[in-house]
Design a protein around this ligand. Structure first.
Ligand SMILES: Cc1ncc(COP(=O)(O)O)c(C=O)c1O
Length: 397
């Protein structure tokens, strides 16, 4: 079946909660994907920061095939070999001492919120449950993660929001301090806001948050669902900022394209997750964690971070050239290969024009073109995209 035939069925049988582009993607390799009619695309979306190693990375595919032949699933009533291996690697490479596995970013955040509340109630008694997050944040779509998300547009129609969440503007330590009350148990932030428009923290803001949390005995939760796993040029984004959180959530790129989520914590905090207090049937499933072991090893051992850093420098140089040429480009920002280009107008048309030219890109917050390619992207592939953008922008003059 061709794109049109498949899309017709899609529109008949799927809930229509996604604004999808009119292609059916059926195959992928490295930074390229192909649609149902064989048209090739260079992918600067990577499943929204999932396929950090490129599509169908051979080591991840091999691990999935090997594990599928051995054991697909057993319950967390038992110990699971690849789950243990992946947790051991995450503990080895991060600040954390313990890991809880689940299946998605929003679930990882639900676990973080529950862990923070439970730890706080055990340490300080009841009534200390509130989480302060940032305006423009995005933490997921389940009800607690949605309540933590500081963007009203995502709440609309799903009210009442779960109580116990407050928002303050980013980069304003005084506002954060002012919002803290006797009911507060944690501060939850993305080290770099992704969906909210690729917003970097101001110098020393995250350090200031850490200091404030220490002073007020609050937990600091970092949502690294999108910026973890090498996206910013370091394995975890917090490594850029000279501090560590108490809890960190991950998902997206963690298993190279296989669904997974993880909530990492210090020993002190993790001890509040006692037997029976939290669980997920598929959390840390053998298939997903075997993929995770392969993906994490490849990320740290195969020069992925180095390529991300190198390609990032090239990408930002090329986009800075475009900015000089076109006054309607208001800003170019980001870190590593989380790249945003802010326009003074809607960017949806650029996404459609890029698709026609064989490039997948994304637009967030209406005006910000977002580029999150696989971390293996080459300078040549970046040049191809920038040339396409230049051609599109040149028709706007
Ligand atoms: C920072 C952040 N947190 C949480 C989520 C939710 O992850 P998921 O869609 O896997 O539930 C996302 C998804 O885009 C995200 O970017």
């Amino acid at each position: 079946m061709n794109n049109e035939e498949l899309i017709k069925i899609s529109q008949e049988v799927l809930t229509q909660n996604y604004g999808r582009l009119p292609v059916v993607l059926v195959k992928g390799e490295k930074c390229r994907v192909w649609d149902a009619e064989g048209k090739e695309y260079l992918d600067f979306v990577a499943g929204i920061g999932v396929c950090n190693l490129g599509h169908c990375h051979p080591k991840v595919v091999q691990a999935v095939c090997d594990q599928a032949k051995k054991l697909l699933h057993v319950s967390n009533l038992y110990h699971i070999e690849p789950q243990i291996q992946l947790a051991k690697l995450l503990v080895q490479y991060s600040f954390a001492k313990r890991v809880f596995f689940c299946n998605s970013g929003t679930e990882a955040n639900e676990a973080a919120i529950k862990l923070a509340r439970k730890y706080s109630s055990e340490q300080f008694g009841p009534g200390r449950y509130e989480i302060i997050s940032l305006l423009k944040s995005f933490h997921g779509r389940t009800l607690a993660a949605l309540a933590a998300t500081g963007q009203e547009k995502f709440h609309k129609g799903f009210e009442p929001m779960m109580p116990g969440f407050k928002y303050v503007p980013p980069n304003d330590l005084a506002a954060m301090e002012g919002a803290i009350s006797n009911a507060t148990c944690a501060v939850m932030v993305e080290p770099i806001q992704a969906e909210g428009g690729v917003n970097l923290p101001a110098d020393d803001y995250l350090k200031g948050l850490r200091r404030l949390c220490d002073q007020k005995k609050l937990l600091l939760i970092f949502d690294e669902v999108q910026v973890g796993m090498g996206r910013t040029g370091k394995l975890f984004a917090y490594e850029h900022y000279g501090i560590t959180p108490d809890i960190m959530t991950m998902a997206k790129g963690l298993a190279g394209g296989v669904p997974i989520g993880a909530t990492l914590a210090t020993e002190e905090v993790a001890k509040s997750f006692t037997p029976g207090s939290h669980a997920a049937t598929f959390g840390g499933n053998p298939l997903a964690t075997a993929a995770g072991v392969a993906a994490l090893r490849a990320t740290v051992e195969d020069g992925i971070l180095e390529n991300c850093q190198r390609s990032s420098v090239h990408f930002f140089q090329r986009l800075a050239d475009l900015k000089k040429k076109y006054s309607f480009i208001k800003d170019v920002r980001g870190k590593g290969l989380m790249v945003g280009l802010e326009l003074d107008r809607e960017g949806k048309g650029v996404v459609n024009d890029c698709l026609k030219k064989g490039f997948l890109i994304n637009c967030t917050n209406e005006t910000i073109l977002r580029f999150i390619p696989p971390l293996i992207v080459t300078s040549e592939e970046i040049d191809q995209l920038v040339k396409a953008l230049d051609e599109i922008f040149s028709t706007w003059k």
